[in-house]
Design a protein around this ligand. Structure first.
Ligand code: NAP
Ligand code: ZN
Length: 352
């Protein structure tokens, strides 16, 4: 087994703390990576605190990983020692169901293996994520980070980037379309940048009036404070597509009313308790659709990284030390982050 050190939670109500654990011995098709940076996703917090009810402790969160390859198995030809690589939310899948066959490993019919809190296919134990010194990942699930991107700023692309890119592509967002992004957090700020880069007219919906100027700087054409009813109704029946990233239950009707006939709102935010059921009439009267989307497959994640490489798109980050992860979680809950915390993993070697 390979020794690893990281930060994890031992129960839902304990803060994250330093822990030593084991990775599997690298296999012939594995890539061994020293982790440089790891983004802090709201899903990490949901999982550390068992808000989705499926956490197996101890859990080491982190699925926005950028690092350097330190070794490869003898069947690996795509990567070599020294390469700058990324690992997102997936580290394995069955590879033979119809979803995997279409490159949609996130919808693997036999269950994908999550980067953390997933069932390890080889050891029978659990997977541990990127708040750690190193990781061992099957080569098919390792991504290339474009050379021109800042490695720390690229880390959040591995989850926040692909989770917004995938639905924008699936619903064919482009010039001439009016697209809404709900919530300006980690996912939302990537949603603005990507939808803007795809040529759409982008409107940001926020509960935080203080984020107006930032949203415009990030690429929003308009900003709506969603608590302000008149600002909302001014946009009735006008959106082609809305991506909703909000991490807490809220009324979906307020946004469904803004969709045009045949418009779609796709939920990517994953609150621990359900949204109130939307009014059926808001859907049937204009054939509107309410949808969901889960991260993205490996090929699409590489496509997104290359798209960002060509345009110089990275996340706006605040770098933290791993020792400050519990404070970062509290700040994330208060929407006090611009717009993604990224852990500098060199801090693991520092004391307290
Ligand atoms: P985040 O950085 O905390 O951002 C969430 C944003 O939602 C906040 O910045 C805030 O934006 C808004 N918000 C928070 N509480 C709210 C409330 N009570 N009412 C209205 N708006 C509220 O979180 P994130 O990392 O972007 O993740 C967002 C959600 O997506 C989480 O639930 C996460 O688990 C989920 N997720 C899903 C996938 C997927 O594949 N579907 C992938 C990754 C993450 P404003 O201040 O602008 O209102
Ligand atoms: Zn995530």
């Amino acid at each position: 087994m390979l020794a690893s050190t990281g930060y994890g939670a031992t129960s839902a109500d304990e803060p994250l703390s330093k822990m030593d654990f084991q990775r599997r011995d690298p296999k012939p098709d594995d890539v061994q990576i020293d982790i440089l940076y790891c983004g802090v996703c709201h899903s990490d917090l949901h999982t550390a605190r068992n808000e989705w009810g499926n956490t197996v402790y101890p859990v080491v969160p982190g699925h926005e990983i950028v690092g350097r390859v330190t070794a490869v198995g003898n069947q690996v030809s795509r990567f070599k020692e020294g390469d700058l690589v990324g690992v997102g939310c997936l580290v394995d899948s069955c590879q033979h169901c119809s979803a995997c066959g279409e490159g949609l490993e996130q919808y693997c019919e036999n269950g994908f293996v999550g980067t953390y809190n997933g069932e390890e296919m080889h050891t029978g134990g659990m997977t541990y994520g990127g708040y750690a010194s190193n990781i061992v990942v099957r080569d098919k699930f390792v991504l290339r980070i474009p050379d021109n991107l800042d490695p720390a700023g690229a880390a959040p692309l591995l989850c926040a980037g692909i989770t917004t890119y995938s639905p924008l592509r699936q619903w064919q967002v482009g010039p001439g379309q009016k697209v809404g992004i709900v919530g300006l957090g980690g996912l939302g700020h990537m949603g603005i940048k990507l939808a803007h880069a795809m040529g759409a007219h982008v409107v940001l919906f926020t509960t935080s009036p203080g984020k107006r100027e930032d949203a415009k700087r990030l690429g929003a054409d308009e900003v709506v404070v969603s608590k302000n009813a008149s600002e909302m109704t001014a946009h009735n029946n006008s959106f082609d597509f809305i991506v909703n990233t909000v991490a807490a239950p809220h009324s979906l009707d307020a946004f469904l009313e803004l969709l045009k006939r045949d418009g779609t709102m796709t939920l990517v935010g994953a609150p621990s308790s359900p949204h109130p059921s939307p009014q059926v009439f808001n859907l049937i009267m204009k054939r509107r659709r309410l949808a969901g989307s889960l991260i993205g497959g490996i090929a699409e994640t590489q496509e997104m990284l290359d798209f960002c490489g060509e345009r110089g798109i990275v996340s706006d980050i605040e770098m933290i030390r791993i020792q400050d992860i519990n404070t970062a979680y509290e700040r994330m809950l208060k929407s006090d982050v611009k717009y993604r915390f990224v852990i500098d993993m060199a801090s693991l070697k520092q004391e307290g």
